[in-house]
Design a protein around this ligand. Structure first.
Ligand code: NAD
Length: 358
């Protein structure tokens, strides 16, 4: 039941991943061919029996191609996306959609003017670790969440070539930052209130090699987000605090736990512990009967896969799981993070950044 023929533009790390891991498993979509400026990539495509296009224009002229995936470096997305839309192709674009929020509006307008679908691949909305935290937020198993810490730590610096260069949209805020900010805004059903951030340049690149940002929401939730590329010891991927407990997910292997406060008739007497050169009751571990430790729940996802959704949006007018206004709002937040880091000030987000209705 193939419904969509796709051409991949940019057959590098992520373009190849789409073809091997995402599209190969989806019966509604198939890859017809590939265009890349690198001859090596073209040879790889030919070896797989795919059509090797000689130019982007040739892709756009192929009437059998319904949709185009743009998986090139970040600074090239806008031009390629708008050109494809103007040539009546549906378009998937890799994240980050582009380099600024204004670009999203232009891309969205081109999609509307040509009556074509334009969706950004925010694939980490399907990550199991995120789905578990999103469930905790919604089902209140540890009470209302009031603090969410989301971290991605590595020790390999900035990878690749173009990711080191500002004009290509390099840096970690536009790379991993986009993912974890998208997850946060997708989960929290409340407007952002304030933003405070600090980008890191410890590796000496012209672009950020990580960042820490502190975001507050109107509903009182506080979030700490961090990306680091020189972290030889990782902090947990997620650490969340609710009014009745705490949850931790250490890594993508989903190791972690939930500790929930028990409803006890009377409070147990706190026993002080020795702490360094002093003692403390405040920081003593809770008594055995006052908490229960549970395994993390299994991840559950109520929405379909990215490519099934994309093909249903194109063919049946289904609602996109990733909406362009959400993508715009993430880019706005990224702009506030850059601004806060530059100025050293807390950004009053409600006052300065209005949200979009693309
Ligand atoms: P990459 O360098 O491995 O691949 C990019 C490819 O694009 C290269 O083969 C290059 O030759 C080709 N290219 C460059 N300019 C081109 C042009 N004008 N026309 C055709 N081909 C061109 O980079 P990558 O890691 O695959 O990243 C590509 C995009 O995918 C980036 O936007 C990146 O942020 C995104 N990405 C997303 C995820 C995710 O999880 N969603 C993961 C990795 C990368």
């Amino acid at each position: 039941m193939i419904e969509l023929k796709l051409a991949i533009v940019g057959y590098g790390g992520m373009g190849g991943y789409h073809e091997r891991e995402l599209i190969a498993e989806n019966e509604r979509v198939t890859v017809k061919g590939v265009y890349d400026i690198d001859e090596k990539r073209i040879e790889e495509a030919k070896a797989k029996g795919l059509v090797a296009y000689e130019s982007f224009e040739e892709v756009l002229k192929d009437d059998e191609v319904d949709a185009v995936l743009i998986a090139t470096p970040n600074d090239s997305h806008k031009e390629l996306v708008i050109k494809a839309l103007n040539n009546k192709k549906h378009v998937i674009c890799e994240k980050p959609v582009s380099l600024c929020s204004e670009d999203v509006l232009e891309m969205d307008e081109a999609a509307k003017a040509n009556q074509r679908v334009f969706m950004v691949h925010q694939n980490r909305r399907w990550d199991s670790d995120f789905l578990i935290i999103r469930d905790l937020y919604k089902n209140k198993q540890i009470g209302d969440l009031f603090q969410i810490e989301s971290r991605v730590h590595g020790a390999n610096g900035i990878p690749g070539d173009w990711r080191h260069i500002e004009k290509h949209g390099g840096g970690m805020l536009l790379d991993w930052g986009v993912h974890i900010l998208d997850q946060l805004l997708f989960m929290i059903d409340s407007p952002v209130k304030s933003v405070m951030s600090d980008l890191s340049y410890v590796l000496g690149d012209e672009v950020d090699d990580g960042f820490i940002t502190y975001i507050t929401f109107e509903n009182g939730i506080r979030a700490v987000l961090e990306v680091g590329t020189s972290n030889f010891v990782k902090l947990p991927r997620w650490y969340v605090k609710g009014l009745k407990g705490t949850g931790v997910i250490y890594d993508w292997d989903l190791s972690g736990k939930i500790v929930v406060q028990n409803d006890l008739d009377k409070k147990t007497e706190l026993i002080p512990i020795k702490a360094g050169e002093g003692f403390t009751k405040t920081m003593a571990p809770p008594s055995e009967e006052s908490t229960t430790t549970l395994d993390l729940p299994s991840p559950s996802c109520e929405y379909e896969s990215f490519y099934t959704n994309f093909s249903r949006v194109v063919r049946e007018g289904a609602t996109p799981i990733i909406k362009n206004e959400e993508v715009y709002n993430v880019m706005k937040l990224i702009e506030a993070i850059f601004e806060s880091s530059r100025s050293g000030e807390v950004i009053n987000y409600m006052k300065k950044y209005d949200c979009c209705s693309c």
